[in-house]
Design a protein around this ligand. Sequence first.
Ligand SMILES: Cc1ncc(COP(=O)(O)O)c(C=O)c1O
Length: 393
Amino acid sequence: MIYNFDKNVDRSKNNSVKWEEIGLNFGDNDLLPMWVADMDFETAPEILEAMNNKLNQKIFGYVSRPDSYFESAVNWTQKRYGYDIDPKTLIHSPGVIPTISLIVRLFTSENDKIMIQNPVYTPFSNTVKLNNRKLVINSLIEKDGKYIIDFEDLENKAKDPDLKWFILCNPHNPVGRVWTKEELEKLAHICLKNDVRIIADEIWRDIVYKKHKHISIASLSKEIEDITITCFSATKTFNIAGLQASFVSFQRIEEFNSFNKELEILDIRRNNPFNLVAVEAAFNKGEEWLNELLEYLEANVDYVEKYIKENVPKINVIKPEGTYLMWLDFRNLKLDNDELSRVLKEEGKIALSNGYSFGEEGSGFVRMNIACPRYMVEEGLSRIKKAVDSIIK
Ligand SMILES: Cc1ncc(COP(=O)(O)O)c(C=O)c1O
């Protein structure tokens, strides 16, 4: 390994949400933070070098975006996923969630229904509800430790003429599925048949483990691409989410133009000096770092699975195919959600994401972020064990 992911990183003065908003969210500052989805690893040195070069220029005025910026994203997508995105379809946006929210505002009206698959990343439901659109849930089904899509329910709900859009999370946060070609084709055909459009949130596409392969739903056919708007970024992959930069690909020119116009009205079309150079360096020079990161993360996943099996067998681990999030099933303990949170906080002294915050389907589950040095994973696991032991006794 060239890169050292074991390095002890001190984020205590990093203004990190994950480390410095624990008290605000859990009512106790003294917890080990394994909640917010960013990583306790320094970003790739290749990115730091690009940012340092920018810093050394000592002038941070408005920046213009060279063609090489979108080209770097196009080349990465082609190289890693074999999907050719036309750079002319791409728009820079400050983030995937602002993008989805803006799509909802621009291309739906108040009575329109939008479908999501709970348990899923909480801001999905917010983009629908806070914009006064109607939320429709196609709950995922947990079967023998793996989540699958309830296609029957999906198809029934898709028949409703008011259902206009479907928000896909691929790979899926928090259940860790990397949807297969067969699943994506089935889903897309239901959408095509029922005139339902797809927003594909592929922010996690780079964090996928060895036996699995990320497929962009839009890459399946021209017909599917035409009904899809795809969102992705380098920020989750390279731990630069605070720099706020993402990509969105529009196939329909009228939608491309409306979205662009809205960014123009809000005057948020430009990159800032740092995300401009960081994102391009990530895509052009970050592949080795990512490959090593994936090995490290997969070893963390295996470590958690083995430890829990051997030491806390009451918990079932939903093994992720992608993402650095472990979805832990505490339902055997038969605690209600408040009691589970209390035990983890007070007995375990650990900050984990409550499963029910991803929808009621997540009741009895907890999400653990394992994108941190191994010693921290070990510490987190011993705290979880302590919390569970306090209940069993
Ligand atoms: C599925 C998913 N989409 C979007 C985001 C956030 O993206 P952004 O910071 O670009 O809005 C996250 C962050 O964890 C996520 O898990």
